[in-house]
Write a protein that binds this ligand. Sequence first.
Ligand code: NDP
Length: 266
Amino acid sequence: MKEEVKNLKQEGINPGLAVVIVGDDPASRVYVNSKKKACEEIGIYSEEYALSAKTTQDELLELINMLNEKKDISGILVQLPLPEHIDEEIIINAINPKKDVDAFHPVNVGKIMFGNYDFVPCTPAGVMELIKESGIEVAGKECVIIGRSNIVGKPQAMLLLHENGTVTICHSKTKNLAETVKRADIVVAAVGKPEMITGDMIKEGAVVIDVGINRLENKKLVGDVHFESAEKVASAITPVPGGVGPMTIAMLMKNTVKAARINRES
Ligand code: NDP
């Protein structure tokens, strides 16, 4: 990415990312800091807008409108969750789709359905990159995703489907979760429940990708997969921390670079 940013700058294109955070959620603060640090590392200009938890929806909309117009900003990221008095959907819909580096705007969600997209949501994109870089073939494989959120589970399913995987999505109403997961050649866990996917649920040789980030009472960070037991049966497995998390940030950088090109062309 560093190399690509350098080349872009030589073409006269300067990528810029605006990160907006509302309130003082400690986890969000950590994510925002790592995003800013990644920008610095690869030479992307970034601006941070840290707003008080009392910011009104109209004030936030005003900021988004300003950033939509701002020439040196190619990507806008609003860190979720937002305080309860702000409607996330209204805010996401207000972001210019060409600057929507999180790919949450309905225009970008629709494009992902069609398989003709500019931006892919960062976490599922990171999962796909891990699979690709590890030389794992998706075509024809049984892919089981646990979780159906708009941010991870659903777009993940589309991306695996576009790669010709046979995709099953599990959620809190799924019956026989263990049996379904056991069928999988590729498992993607995105639930938010510490270590709920255990080794006995995994097929011998399966690829296990753990999206979950859960902080235990003793402050330890664990995934949705019980790593020690799953590692014994999996052919490949991602750790938490250090697996999908850093990939998510890398994909944000990729989307910001892409946004810089798109906004330059339009
Ligand atoms: P959500 O809470 O939005 O979604 C969780 C999903 O898990 C829901 O679809 C829910 O089902 C399903 N679920 C809950 N309980 C069960 C169960 N017992 N069995 C099967 N499915 C269940 O979470 P997110 O998708 O936003 O995030 C998931 C995890 O990934 C979290 O730990 C989050 O912190 C982490 N995350 C990590 C990122 C990274 O960069 N690595 C980025 C984003 C998220 P239902 O729909 O029926 O309620």
